[in-house]
Ligand binder design. Structure first.
Ligand SMILES: *[C@@H]1O[C@H](CO)[C@@H](O)[C@H](O)[C@H]1NC(C)=O
Length: 400
């Protein structure tokens, strides 16, 4: 072997090694880690972003996997084209009654020491989600709320706990089990339009029904003809009673029963967060189908109904490994995605196995929910007791 041959070989090897650092990592050497205290197994384990993540990544704690911000695959065209720097004299857009608003500004509000560098820094929502993003305090980047694991948005596009995006079309005017576990069950009510060409319905999630312990919550979008952001089109029910929240950001309702359940407005209208202590946190936003979206996707939306529906973000704190449902199954530790990878619209089948007979009926074939026997619970509780915190906050004092 000649000397120059060896040198040449080394040079080639070096080039290969250099090239092996994918451009995504070279440009964004973002490492990420799970910062969720509840998930010890994954907490603070460093992860390197996959090379196909152009905008960095975050780590989903339950699956303990790094997931791209903005998603790895090209997403369908955004409904309303948005220009960060509009030209000096923007051309008039005929037939566009609501010009795109400037994107929302968001901040990391976590006071945790680990996030001190990011705390209160202002970020602008990406053009793909000008109105709905949050700062991921770990990577300190704005992330579209619909691009995070646990999201259910649009014509329902799901992002599983494994970070894999899929579509589940279901059927219009029917209910489907989204999550089912022994102490938690969530059904979604689908609305939509028949699409004759595709032999399936275009669908959206209009409402969800949640069952846990002996309680139930429903959240939904009211049928709406013409959309106006300033008009609240949300309805809320807890244990069969409707909840009326004043229309201002921060308005909060809390249950008197355990586990503590609260509903808080995160905007003056149409946006809330539902929290059930130690069980879940759900963000819900009512959105319409815009004329633009209807045109781009050929939904055929008419003036009498804008198909107001929910954009949802789920977070769970106590799922078992038996959890099932369209979204729920993806939270099992050993879950292997059933959807076909590498296609633009991977579809989750299984209309039959996930189909339920009503918003509150945990009767799909994969259901796991065990309704707590209310009679039994009532017998254990002594009625008509007034309870308050005991001396120095220890224990509970009850009086008849
Ligand atoms: C919801 O809770 C209320 C109060 O406990 C109960 O009367 C009602 O039957 C429940 N609805 C469902 C569908 O479980």
């Amino acid at each position: 072997m000649s000397r120059s041959y060896v040198v040449g070989l080394i040079v080639i090897l070096l080039v290969i090694v250099v090239e092996a650092t994918p451009p995504g990592i070279a440009d964004h050497p973002s490492h990420s880690h799970c910062s969720d205290d509840e998930i010890k197994k994954c907490k603070n384990l460093p992860h390197v972003c996959p090379k196909f993540c152009p905008n960095g990544c975050i780590t989903e704690c339950r699956s303990c996997k790094p997931i791209c911000i903005d998603g790895p695959s090209p997403s369908p065209p955004p409904p309303t084209p948005y220009h960060p720097h509009p030209p000096q004299s923007p051309p008039p857009t005929p037939g566009h009654p609501h010009p795109p608003k400037s994107p929302k500004k968001v901040k990391c509000k976590s006071k945790d020491k680990k996030h001190s560098k990011c705390y209160n820094q202002e970020h602008t929502c990406p053009s793909t989600c000008p109105g709905t993003c949050k700062v991921d305090c770990v990577s300190c980047k704005p992330v579209c709320s619909c691009d995070k694991p646990g999201a259910v948005c649009q014509d329902p596009r799901f992002i599983g706990a494994d970070g894999i995006t899929f579509y589940f079309h279901g059927k219009k005017d029917k209910d489907f089990c989204l999550v089912s576990d022994s102490n938690l069950h969530i059904n979604g009510h689908f609305i939509g339009k028949r699409n004759e060409n595709m032999k399936r319905d275009f669908t959206w999630v209009q409402a969800i029904g949640i069952l846990y312990d002996t309680h139930n919550i429903s959240v939904g979008a009211l049928k709406t003809a013409t959309w106006d952001d300033a008009i609240d089109r949300l309805y809320l029910n807890f244990d069969g009673e409707s909840i009326l929240l004043p229309e201002n950001e921060g308005a909060r309702w809390q249950s008197e029963t355990r586990p503590t359940t609260s509903i808080t407005r995160t905007s003056d209208t149409n946006e809330i967060i539902i929290e059930v202590e130690n069980i879940l946190k759900i963000t819900a936003k009512v959105v319409p189908i815009t004329e633009e979206e209807s045109r781009v996707h050929n939904y055929g939306i008419t003036e009498d109904d804008c198909f107001a529906h929910l954009e949802l973000g789920f977070k769970f704190f106590a799922l078992s490994d038996e959890v099932s449902g369209v979204l729920g199954q993806t939270y099992r530790r050993n879950y292997v995605s059933r959807v076909k990878m590498g296609v633009l619209m991977p579809v989750m089948g299984g209309d039959k196995e996930f189909s339920a007979s009503g918003l509150f009926n945990a009767d799909c074939s994969v259901a796991k929910f065990q309704a707590v026997n209310e009679g039994l619970l009532n017998n254990l509780e002594i009625p008509n007791l007034k309870c308050s915190s005991g001396m120095s906050g220890r224990g509970v004092v009850c009086r008849r």
